[in-house]
Design a protein around this ligand. Sequence first.
Ligand SMILES: [Zn+2]
Ligand SMILES: [Zn+2]
Length: 264
Amino acid sequence: MMMKYNLHTHTMRCNHATGEDRAYVEAAIAAGMTALGFADHCPQFFPVDDYYSYFRMRPEQAQEYAESVRALQAEYKNDIRILLGFETEYYPQTFDAFMEFVRPLHLDYLIMGQHFVGNEYDENSYYAAESGKREDYLDRYVKQVEEGLSKGVFTYVAHPDIVWYCGSQAYYTQRMTDLCRFALARDIPLEFNMLGLLNGRCYPSPQFWDIAAKVGNKVVIGYDAHSPAALLRSDAYARCLALLNARGITPVPLKELTLRNEAL
Ligand SMILES: [Zn+2]
Ligand SMILES: [Zn+2]
């Protein structure tokens, strides 16, 4: 029996999740998890005054977030392993400022969730889960994820199939094969996203997971929990597992993930 864990947990601070931090911990224990990682949407540092994304915590909340998670980690140490992380996009323009900000927090890990392509705030950026047909739409996503992964700070890629490309299937297969191989070569696992499955989003994409199975990527199931109750969805976990097993994929145990990456 696979030891259940989840490294993709949000908190109220991101403005679109509910429940106290403690309630997530209690739910994870009730669900029989061996580890729970908090990876809330991290602050970003856009070089403009007139843009701020609504779906992430503000910089001044990060210290309190870290302290809250560390306090729970100590309090529950005999019941469950708690980890402190962030989910972040890789934005070329703001990445250095971002890293400077997170290093003093001594995180256990970072996961990449590339919700936007470009730098989010600027022209030519686009939301990855909005459909696009042009080859360029897919290319830019793949290129940006690869560039981010080469920084060596990410433990895994959340919903790598968030990009909703509606063009040629042959081209999708080609470019996503590239992406999967890139991740495999760096030993970076890919996340099968439970929230997307529950909400009927464009991800998890059956085509994508056929490709990942063929390439032989390491895979992690991520709850992407935005409420404590989400951690109790063992039915959804079983569905994720079945969809992966049907492709010959077994999710990797936590000990195979690289936490505390060198560059972090
Ligand atoms: Zn979210
Ligand atoms: Zn998330």
